[in-house]
Structure formats: structure tokens, C-alpha cells
Design a protein around this ligand. Structure first.
Ligand code: ADP
Ligand code: MG
Length: 633
């Protein structure tokens, strides 16, 4: 029999780091331990109900599911007991000895050692069971899995200092009992009034009754009777989403969010809806404040918590959300799905796809409202999740315009890199006859905002969006237009601003400088596709453009970074004959000198757009030679 064996095991390294951080950084918000433990107890009860759908024996003649909280002021203990699913030995070790969450190591890597900063990080991670050690210097977990025999009970004990012991200890009733031995300074928690207050604050939204011992009414003239213990529910024990919106406080919504999302911070916004008709369901959807660590991990947990007729069915039901909304947390409770619904059934159920499109619309509307009414919150949202949302147009053709309304960019109208310009803002400011949305892609804001390509747009007062996300060019290629206006990359193709005067001017210049263009072209024959005069530039001598249908530089960099081998890109050099350097080159009769100048101008055009030179040392050499000739005059 292995159950009697007592073993001491070490926590996973990450747990130790986590515990240390927790104990030292959450002292200002100690009471949350109770929320976390009740949240776990409630999850355990949900799991029991779910497993019992197929195996009613798991109830062990006690179908009355609840959580009980008690205390002993003399001993300095608080006890949280549930009759949920419980854990077997392996589960105890797995769940209470390691951090199984994906992204943990990414989380820990981000830790700086600066406690102030790290305590904010922990908020993004969720705190969970280990928060017990904020107030306790010893924690005992006595548990038995539902359906197993009493002798299979397990006792886990730890002082939170690197290791825990585990031993067999019979337990007659299923479920988990957690005893917190409070630290001396935290004895205040072993108090009925305090605990009741915390339960109403943190557990009112929980669908399972959380009970405490009824306070004995003092009877006058008599000593307090040693009355039999009588338990009463302290919370309202009604699933939050089943209550009507008007009677739910914001705080309750936020508490519920923290419970289902395992988040420590408030959400940014939520949307709660009951749908009646052909399909009946209730949804409660939340936008978190910060991205989880596994937002980019394809295997990461995502999706909604699914209930069928108020019975918990599964976590992370991803079928209810399109991938580009994978950051949304929440609950969907259906009246129409069968209780034995599985992931496979969800996959190809027509009702699910109509629910998904309805939920998608709700979320897009909620985000739109947030953008309009709570711009500060929206800014936080955009910083955290904008990149994911940009997958939208490629993912969800039907909603691409609604999605695009939510996008924010920086533009030439702003004077910093803040991404605050919406496409609607852009169109509102656009010139009357402007039928395009002009944009430029760049590695970063500084390079983009100083690009020579912008010169003529600045001169004419036309706004240009500055797109600096790696995914932008790819995203725009799927969006292709917005409210009837097409997108135009200002570094692609010939610039056509429909301006007769400048067209004519360009034609005249072309005639006048035809020889110069040919001369330059001859020097760069193996480097560029073509050389031509430009009407894009006012201040710079030259810039590079790609053909209308060619891949832009950002897309190229993205694909190359992903390891794709691409054919070499030959571009078009456009030169500005209004620039004195170009104008005077015509008179340069020394062929070598002319050659060097052409080379340098070509290289400068690459530098100005933020590209890497093929031969940087060669450029330095050429520049120095030219500088020297200046000194030698
Ligand atoms: P989370 O709740 O985010 O999964 P926790 O640290 O709160 O993380 O809990 C870790 C795991 O321990 C839970 O996922 C669950 O499997 C297990 N656990 C915790 N408390 C209980 C309980 N009262 N009954 C059964 N299992 C529990
Ligand atoms: Mg938890």
C-alpha cells in the first residue's frame, strides 16, 4: 500500500520563484487568497457535476454540493472545504507542486528582481492556490478524489519554503479541505465577521453555496448555549450570468471575470446578453486588460467556458470565437446543446457556427463602443491586442470593415508614434477629391515619419498612415479597401496624384533630363530595374520604389525573417532634378566621379528608407573619398 508512505518533494523551481514573489509583492492585497481558494473549490464542484453526468456514483450519496468556510481563532486557522471532484496523489503533485501553465517561463524571464515591477507582472499571470502563503506559514490540503475509497485520501503539507510533504491519510468524504495556519500577523482573518465580509465580496457570483456557521443569537440572561452547529449560505449562490443585468453591480462582474479568467486584474469591458428565439443562450464576454503570456502560442488555452443549462461542460471551448478574437474571456450557457456535448460535436455543429457569428458581432460592437466611450481603455486594449485583431481581415472576410474600424495607426498628422488614428478619422480629414488611403510601411516610426517618400504628401497636405507593424502590409493586402476607398502604398508604382500642373512639369523635366537619366541608368544597370524622374520628392535627391504589383519591403522582410528565400528585388530609382546635387551631376564630366556619385545616391536612398546596404564598407569608402575631395577642393 503506497498511501501510508510519507514523502518530501521539492517544488518545481518556478514555483519557488513564484512563491517568493507572491509573498513579497501582494502584501497590500492579502485577502485575495480567499477569492482564489473559493474559486478553486467552485471549479472543483463544477468538474464533479460534469463528470457525474456520465457517472452518478461520483456523488457518493451526497448530491448537495457546497463549499464550507470555518475558522478557529485560538488555533489561528481558516479552513475551506469543498465536496467537489478532489484530487488523487498524482494530481496533487502535479497541481500543487508545479506550475503547469504555459508561458510560465516567459513570465519568469520577464521578472526583473525589482519587486515593484514584478508585483505588476504577477497580476498578469494570475495567482491561484499559492496565494495561500501570503497569509499562512503552513498550508495543509486534505483531499480525496470522488469515487475512490476513503483510504485513498491524501494529505499535502507545506510551509511554502521550497518543499512539501505528501502522505496517505484516509478521508471519508470526497473533495478537498484546505487548512491555512495563519501567520502571527494575519490572525485577524480567523474572524467570523471578516470572513463573511470577504465571502460576500469575492464569492457572491459563484453558483455554489458558500456556507459558514450561523452566529448563535445570544439569549438574554443565559450563557451562550453550546448549540449544535448550523450552517448557512453566505453568498447568493446563483450563477452570475443567469441574473438580470440591472441587478448586477460592476464589481460583481469584475469579480466574476477574475474567477473565470484566472486574472488578478479587472477586465476592461464586458457584454452580457440573453438570446431568445430559435437558439437560446446567454453569453457574458470580457475584454482583458493585458495579453496573456501565451497569446502567440498556437497551442495556448483560449475560448469560452461552456455551460449547458447551467451545468459546466468545458473550459476553453474555442469553437465559439474566431482565432483573431482568441483573447476574449467569458461564459456561454446554451439551452439547446446536449449535456454530453464534446469538442468533436462542437466542431461541426451548425448551431455553433451561428452562435459564433453572433458572438463575433457582439464582441466587435463592444470594442467599437469602448473605442468611442472609453478612449483610454481602448488605447490599453489596442496596445495589448491590436496585433491579434489585425489577423481579422484575413480570417473573417464578412466582418472585415467592422474590424478595420477598430484599427489605429500613427500617421503624418501626429507628431509622435502614438497609434491613435482610425481609418474613419483619416477619411474625415481626407481631401475632397481624394479616393485613396495612402500609407507607408516602415520598420519603425522614426524611419517611416522621415521617409523621403512623404515629401510631396507633406507639401500637398495629404495625410499618410505610417504602418510599422510587421503584419501591416500583409493585413492591408487582405483589407484592400475601406468604405469604398482603396489603399495605396506610396512607395509602390508611379505616383499619380491627379495633379495636371505637376504632371506637365514632370513631362517637361523628363524631356530636359533624358540624357542624365540614361547616364545614371547605365551605371546602375545591374542594381535597379529602372531609373526615372520623380514627382514624389521636394527635398531629397532620390528614393526607391517598387512596381505596383510587387511585394513591398515590409512583407519581404517579414517573409525573409520567417526563413523564406525570395528572388532578389530590383527596384526603381527615382531622382529629383530639383535637388541641386542631381541638377549639377549633369555637368560632371569625370566618369569615375560621376559613377561614385550615382552609387552614393543609390545607397543613400536605401539608408533613408531604413534598409541595410549590401556593402556598407564600400559606402563609407566612397563617402570619404568624396569628402576628401571636398577638403582638397
Ligand atoms: P488555476 O485555478 O488557475 O488552475 P490554481 O493555482 O488556483 O490555478 O490551482 C491549480 C490546480 O490545482 C487547479 O487547476 C486544480 O487542478 C487544482 N486544485 C486546486 N484547488 C483544488 C480543489 N479545491 N479541488 C480540486 N482541485 C484543486
Ligand atoms: Mg485557481
Amino acid at each position: 500500500m503506497t498511501t501510508a508512505q510519507k514523502e518530501t518533494l521539492g517544488f518545481q523551481t518556478e514555483v519557488k520563484q513564484m512563491l517568493h514573489l507572491m509573498i513579497h509583492s501582494l502584501y497590500s492585497n492579502k485577502e485575495i487568497f480567499l477569492r482564489e481558494l473559493i474559486s478553486n473549490a467552485s471549479d472543483a464542484c463544477d468538474k464533479l457535476r460534469f463528470e457525474a453526468l456520465n457517472n452518478a456514483d461520483l456523488f457518493e450519496s451526497d448530491g448537495d454540493i457546497k463549499v464550507k468556510i470555518s475558522h478557529d481563532a485560538d488555533a489561528g486557522t481558516v479552513t475551506i472545504a469543498d465536496n467537489g471532484i478532489g484530487m488523487n496523489r498524482d494530481e496533487v503533485i502535479e497541481n500543487l507542486g508545479t506550475i503547469a501553465k504555459s508561458g510560465t517561463s516567459a513570465f519568469l524571464e520577464k521578472m526583473t528582481g525589482d519587486e515593484q515591477k514584478d508585483s505588476q507582472l504577477i497580476g498578469q499571470f494570475g495567482v491561484g492556490f499559492y496565494s495561500s502563503f501570503i497569509v499562512a506559514d503552513k498550508v495543509e490540503v486534505h483531499t480525496r478524489r470522488a469515487g475512490e475509497s476513503a483510504e485513498d485520501g491524501i494529505r499535502w503539507t507545506s510551509e511554502g519554503e521550497g518543499d512539501f510533504t505528501i502522505e496517505g491519510d484516509a478521508k471519508a468524504t470526497r473533495g478537498t479541505t484546505i487548512v491555512l495556519h495563519l501567520k502571527k500577523d494575519e490572525a485577524e482573518f480567523a474572524d467570523s465577521t471578516r470572513l463573511r465580509h470577504l465571502v460576500t465580496k469575492y464569492a457572491d457570483h459563484i453558483a455554489i453555496p458558500v456556507e459558514m456557521i450561523k452566529e448563535a443569537e445570544p439569549v438574554e440572561g443565559e450563557d451562550a448555549p453550546a448549540a449544535e452547529e448550523e450552517w448557512e449560505a453566505v453568498n447568493s449562490a446563483k450563477a452570475l450570468w443567469t441574473r438580470s443585468k440591472s441587478e448586477i453591480e460592476d464589481e460583481e462582474y469584475q469579480e466574476f471575470y477574475k474567477h473565470i479568467a484566472h486574472d488578478y486584474e479587472d477586465s476592461l469591458s464586458w457584454s452580457h446578453n440573453k438570446v431568445e428565439g430559435k437558439l437560446e443562450y446567454t453569453s457574458l464576454l470580457y475584454v482583458p486588460k493585458r495579453p496573456p503570456f501565451d497569446l502567440w502560442n498556437r497551442e495556448g488555452a483560449r475560448g469560452l467556458k461552456l455551460y449547458v443549462q447551467r451545468v459546466f461542460i468545458m473550459d476553453d471551448a474555442e469553437q465559439f470565437l474566431p482565432p483573431y478574437l482568441r483573447f476574449i474571456k467569458g461564459v456561454v450557457d446554451s439551452n439547446d446543446l446536449p449535456l454530453n456535448v464534446s469538442r468533436e460535436i462542437l466542431q461541426d455543429n451548425g448551431n455553433i457556427s451561428s452562435m459564433r457569428s453572433a458572438l463575433t458581432k457582439r464582441i466587435l460592437d463592444m470594442l467599437k463602443k469602448m473605442a468611442k466611450n472609453k478612449p483610454e481603455e481602448y488605447k490599453t486594449f489596442w496596445e495589448g491586442f491590436g496585433q491579434v485583431l489585425k489577423e481579422g481581415p484575413a480570417d473573417d472576410f464578412a466582418n472585415k470593415e467592422k474590424i478595420a474600424e477598430l484599427f489605429r495607426f500613427s500617421s503624418t498628422k501626429g507628431d509622435d508614434d502614438a497609434q491613435v488614428v482610425s481609418l474613419d478619422d483619416y477619411l474625415e480629414r481626407a481631401q475632397d477629391d481624394q479616393d485613396k488611403i495612402y500609407y507607408l510601411t516602415a520598420e519603425n516610426y522614426l524611419t517611416g515619419s522621415r521617409s523621403p517618400h512623404l515629401e510631396v504628401f507633406r507639401k500637398k497636405g495629404i495625410e499618410v498612415l505610417l504602418l510599422t507593424d510587421r503584419v501591416d502590409e500583409w493585413m492591408i493586402s487582405h483589407l484592400s479597401e475601406f468604405k469604398g476607398k482603396t489603399f495605396e502604398d506610396i512607395t509602390k508604382g508611379e505616383l499619380n496624384l491627379d495633379d495636371e500642373a505637376s504632371k506637365k512639369e514632370l513631362e517637361e523635366a523628363q524631356e530636359k533630363h533624358a540624357d542624365l537619366v540614361e547616364r545614371i541608368k547605365a551605371k546602375l544597370a545591374d542594381k535597379v530595374e529602372d531609373v526615372r524622374l520623380t514627382n514624389r520628392l521636394t527635398d531629397s535627391p532620390a528614393c526607391l520604389v517598387v512596381g505596383k504589383e510587387d511585394m513591398g519591403m515590409q512583407m519581404r522582410r517579414m517573409l525573409e525573417a520567417a526563413g523564406q528565400a525570395l528572388p532578389e528585388a530590383k527596384r526603381i530609382l527615382e531622382v529629383n532634378t530639383d535637388h541641386p546635387l542631381i541638377a549639377k551631376m549633369d555637368s560632371q564630366s569625370d566618369e569615375d566621379r560621376f559613377s561614385e556619385m550615382v552609387e552614393v545616391i543609390y545607397e543613400q536612398a536605401q539608408l533613408a528608407e531604413g534598409s541595410q546596404l549590401q556593402d556598407p564598407a564600400g559606402y563609407v569608402e566612397r563617402m570619404n573619398k568624396l569628402l576628401l575631395s571636398l577638403l582638397e577642393g
